[in-house]
Structures are given as C-alpha cells and as structure tokens.
Ligand binder design. Structure first.
Ligand code: MG
Length: 379
C-alpha cells in the first residue's frame, strides 16, 4: 500500500530506549497513542491559537488546531500513499511545546531566557516528548520513534542543532547541519499546518468581528471561492448565519488539497526517490503549484496585517507577554513556588521556562494573580 518513498514503519530507526514490539500496533501508531494520552496533549485544549482562551468558547485552541492538521495531513497521506500513522503522530505532537498565549508567550519566554539558551517552541515540543513527560518508570519522556521525533523538530537554529547533535549524534537535529529535508510525512504535516491555520484563522477572525467579509473579498484565494459559491447560491450573503463563509472556506481547502496532491504526485513521479532516505536528500517534494503558492502567500500576508496585528489582538498579546515575564521573574525569585521537580532542577532558568511553557492560558493567569495580586485580564 505504501509508496516506495514513504516512511515504512518496518524500517523505523526505533526508540532511544529499546522496548519490545507491540503485538498489534506499528511504531507510529504506538507513538500516536502515547501522544494522545500525554499530559501536554490534554493541556492543548486550554492553550491559545490566536485568540486568548477566555475570549470565547468557539475559537480554535491548540488542540482543535492539532486535530485539524491531523485530519488534513491524513487525507493527503492516504491519497499520496505516504505513512498516514506517522503523519498523524507528528501532527498531533507538532504544537506540544507551545507556551500559553500563543506566539506572544513564546516571544516573552524567549526574551526571559536571553543568556540562558533562549526558548523556541519547536525545540520545546521535542523536549516535551523526550524529557518532560513523566509517565514511565524506566525513562523520561514518551520514548517516541526516531521518525516522529524527527518530524516534530520542524525548525532549529544552527547553534541549537550543534548542541543537540553533540548530545545525540545522528539525532533529529542532524539534518539542520547536513541541510537535508525531513521525511515526506513531516513535510506534509508542515503544509497541512499552514492550510489549517490559514482557513481557521479566517473563520475565527470573522467570528470575532475583527475581520469582515468585505475585507476578505480583497483576498484573491478567498474571493475566488466566495464568488463561486454566490454564483451557485445567489442570496446566500443575505441569509443569517455564516453559511457563505463556511462554504467558501470548505471549497478553498478542497482546492488546496486537490492542488497539493496533483502537484506533489507529479513531483514524486518526476523525481522518483528510491526510498524514504533518498526522499530526504531530494529537494522539498511536497507542495503547491506556483500560482496557488502565490495566492496562499498573499492570504498569509493579509492575515498578518489584518488579524495578527489587529490592535485588539495586539492589546491582548501585550498583556499576555507581561503575564509570562512577571511569572518568570516571580519563579526565579522564589523557585519554591513551583512544584518540587521544577524547584529542585539543576538548570534553574530552564526549569522555570519548562514550567511556564507547560501551563494552560488560564492556569498562567491564576498563577500570575496568586503571585502578583494583580489581574491583567478581566475574565
Ligand atoms: Mg500548528
């Protein structure tokens, strides 16, 4: 069933701590199950994607985002005969290292960790599954397969890569030194991630009132499908509810999926990597056609300007940054305010960063109030 260039679970490079094979599940199915049962995965439900968690019950959180990425990734993987289980495992784990309050939280934590090695959410996702989950008697972390860990480490600076490779030669950071690609499955998750957030941020943006349908009419990728829907369903604009928005987004996503599969199939057929390892030495093979790539970039540009930098979003993220910075200072001054396993760690700044990064939005706000006596958010 798998294409010759797919990651075959039978060829897995295995786990850092040897474990007997599972009688019914392959390596990557087992990884997926470990991720779903982890503490960090359950916390994703109360972590911000774009909108701070308390702003409304219907906005995406990191959990629903991760499920959407897994859905899109699996659909494409099945069609391309790639390893669907590996795609699912990587997709469900790809955001485990995110701090509370989305990118604002990460930026604040990175600034706090200046001089202590910085903070980067991709690296943190790997740290969560390799070290921070404490569920097994014999080892730290979830002891995932190499292929899943390799897919989780999506970005890595040269400096961090050198540090990681020194600790684990040939590990997931090696490719940032060798300058090779991640597996086709990991490449697919990156594209699915982008498809998911572009679509759901439009949805959440309109739901929140920060984006309008009139603004979106100026974005070619969305406008094209909105016009197609209106041509088939005249008057839909005037109906109460958001059927026009949903149908336009549905068609926009379907069109991207169709383009992705056709373009990628053609690239794979032309390049014909001998196996999964050869695919990593090839140029990136998973992607959209040139014209669609251009339209997606224009949409991202629009979302940056109109939504992510919207004054109301910026106002919330400024306060979120302050919460994280003040929490960091409070725990550094009084490590005993943290649970014993963090308070007693040898690398004190890293332990504070790990503790804060693991928090949900609302737990961070409760802790901030407990430690400072102030409330920076109304809810
Ligand atoms: Mg993501």
């Amino acid at each position: 069933m798998l294409a010759p260039w797919a990651s075959d679970p039978a060829d897995s490079r295995g786990r850092r701590h040897a474990e007997p094979a599972d009688p019914t599940r392959n390596q990557h199915q087992r990884d997926r199950d470990r991720i779903v049962h982890s503490t960090a995965f359950r916390r994703l439900v109360y972590k911000t994607q774009v909108f701070i968690n308390h702003e409304g019950d219907l906005f995406r959180t990191r959990l629903t985002h991760s499920l959407e990425v897994a859905q899109l990734g699996r659909s494409a993987a099945r069609s391309l005969r790639l390893n669907e289980d590996l795609v699912e495992a990587i997709a469900l784990a790809h955001d485990l290292g995110h701090t509370p309050f989305g990118h604002a939280g990460q930026d604040a934590l990175h600034a706090c960790m200046d001089g202590h090695g910085g903070f980067e959410h991709n690296l943190q996702s790997l740290r969560v599954v390799d070290e921070l989950e404490a569920r097994y008697p014999a080892f730290d972390g979830l002891n995932l397969s190499f292929e899943t860990r390799d897919g989780i480490l999506k970005h890595c600076s040269r400096r961090n890569a050198e540090r990681l490779v020194a600790a684990e030669p040939g590990g997931p950071a090696q490719r940032f030194i060798d300058r090779t690609q991640p597996s086709l499955e990991a490449q697919l998750v990156n594209v699915a991630d982008e498809m998911a957030y572009n679509a759901h941020d439009i949805d959440d943006g309109v739901r929140s009132g920060l984006l309008t349908m009139a603004q979106l009419a100026e974005v070619p990728l969305f406008a094209h499908w909105r016009d197609a829907v209106l041509a088939e369903h005249p008057g839909l604009e005037a109906r109460p509810g958001r059927r026009l928005l949903f149908e336009s987004l549905r068609r926009m996503l379907s069109a991207q999926m169709a383009d992705l599969i056709v373009t990628t199939s053609a690239a794979l057929d032309a390049y014909r990597p001998a196996d999964a390892e050869a695919a990593k030495r090839a140029p990136p093979l998973i992607g959209f056609s040139g014209p669609l790539r251009g339209e997606i970039d224009a949409l991202k540009h629009f979302l940056h300007a109109a939504l992510y930098r919207h004054p109301q979003v910026m106002h919330a993220t400024d306060r979120a940054r302050q919460v994280v910075a003040e929490l960091f200072a409070a725990y550094r001054a009084a490590p005993c305010e943290m649970p014993a396993d963090f308070a007693g760690a040898t690398d004190a700044p890293r332990a504070v960063a790990d503790y804060i990064a693991g928090m949900t939005d609302r737990f961070a706000l409760r802790e901030h109030h407990r430690l400072t006596g102030r409330r920076l958010f109304d809810a």
